[in-house]
Design a protein around this ligand. Structure first.
Ligand code: NDP
Ligand code: OXD
Length: 314
């Protein structure tokens, strides 16, 4: 048995430095392993901190007490069919992540409402053409997913005066935000939405939810913002809906393939804004602190903070 608890960091392509330093501060008693080299005695590792772990990597760590997703989403962990399902999985819920996402959503909702993209295009052509934006109380914003991130973004949009609604599994009761719940209410939600924001987790039930049938239910000239996962969107369906003029624009932060391939038609599409999966970034210092708190809980046989319901997938 190892004399120190051991933590392995598995995030292919991400330098472990910031996390190693954060854990050195909040949990100096734990041995931090970068997961790059072959690990001796893998059965003595208690904690795994992961982003897109390779298939089967976690199943080999037979002494695991908890797995921590480096993101709010856990689809990248549960994609591993060998995930050891008796081990609790904890995800990131963090004020800096939440405020980062809210900034992104507010920025792009405002940009679509005020058609900043038209201003940029006309500036490039040195054309002076004022146009009137709709009043905010005539603009219907709808958020798919009213969880940690969707709810905060919706609340911060309330003071702008938008007509706000959200769609979730369970009904919410939030001042200024109309609640739609379950698949039966999805068509009515879409039918009243001019700017659609996706902040759902990627699960079997939500995979491909942004498709032609969904877009057809949105009003003519609607806009789509996807800051959740690339797997929510059928990219060719979006391009068709933009090219026929049914949709007026889109902001995409996440893609079926990341990095977005250089030959993707999304890069140069005149109605699409592409950002490279950066809507909200996990803050190593505050998240490592929450993970250390979770470890203390697990040592007391309590669930970690922000546990994922493995059956539900989020
Ligand atoms: P939460 O789990 O807190 O919220 C999920 C919301 O989606 C809940 O309101 C839930 O409903 C709803 N939901 C889930 N499944 C369904 C369904 N089948 N039908 C209707 N509603 C459903 O997640 P977060 O808000 O913390 O994060 C959302 C996602 O954002 C993450 O999973 C991740 O993929 C993405 N993300 C992207 C980032 C980026 O940089 N682009 C950064 C961080 C996160 P209910 O409330 O009823 O359970
Ligand atoms: C997340 C992400 O899920 O960064 O937190 O995408």
């Amino acid at each position: 048995m190892a004399d120190r608890e051991r933590l392995v960091f598995i995030s292919p392509g991400e330098p472990p430095k910031a996390w190693e330093s954060a854990f050195r501060t909040v949990a100096p008693e734990i041995e931090f392993l970068s997961g790059k080299a072959e690990i001796a005695a893998p059965e003595t590792i208690e904690w795994a901190v992961v982003w897109k772990p390779p298939q089967g990597a976690l199943a080999k760590l037979t002494g695991l007490k908890c797995v921590f997703s480096l993101g709010a989403g856990v689809d990248h962990v549960l994609a591993d069919s060998e995930y050891p399902r008796h081990v609790p999985l904890s995800r990131v819920v963090d004020p800096y992540l939440t405020s980062g996402m809210t900034e992104y959503v507010v920025l792009h909702v405002l940009a679509h409402h005020r058609d900043l993209f038209r201003n940029l295009k006309e500036q490039a052509e040195a054309r002076w053409k004022p146009f009137a934006a709709k009043r905010a109380d005539e603009v219907r914003v709808g958020i798919l997913g009213l969880g940690e991130l969707g709810l905060d973004a919706a609340r911060k949009l309330v003071p702008f005066g938008y007509r706000l609604a959200g769609w979730s599994n369970t009904r919410k009761s939030e001042p200024g935000i109309e609640s739609f719940a379950g698949l039966d209410e999805l068509p009515a939600f879409l039918g009243r939405t001019d700017i659609l924001v996706c902040l759902l987790p990627l699960t079997e039930a939500t995979s491909g939810i942004l498709n032609t049938a969904t877009f057809d239910l949105l009003p003519q000239g609607a806009r789509v913002i996807n800051a959740a996962r690339g797997g929510h969107l059928i990219e060719s369906d979006l391009i068709d809906a933009l090219d026929t003029g049914h949709l007026a624009g889109a902001t995409l932060d996440v893609f079926q393939q990341e990095p977005l391939p250089a030959d993707s038609p999304l890069w140069a599409h005149p109605k699409v804004v592409v950002t490279p999966h950066m809507a909200a970034m996990t803050d190593a210092r505050s998240t490592a602190m929450a993970m250390a708190e979770s470890m203390a809980r697990v040592r007391r046989d309590e669930p970690p903070l922000n546990p994922v319901d493995l059956a539900r997938g989020y």
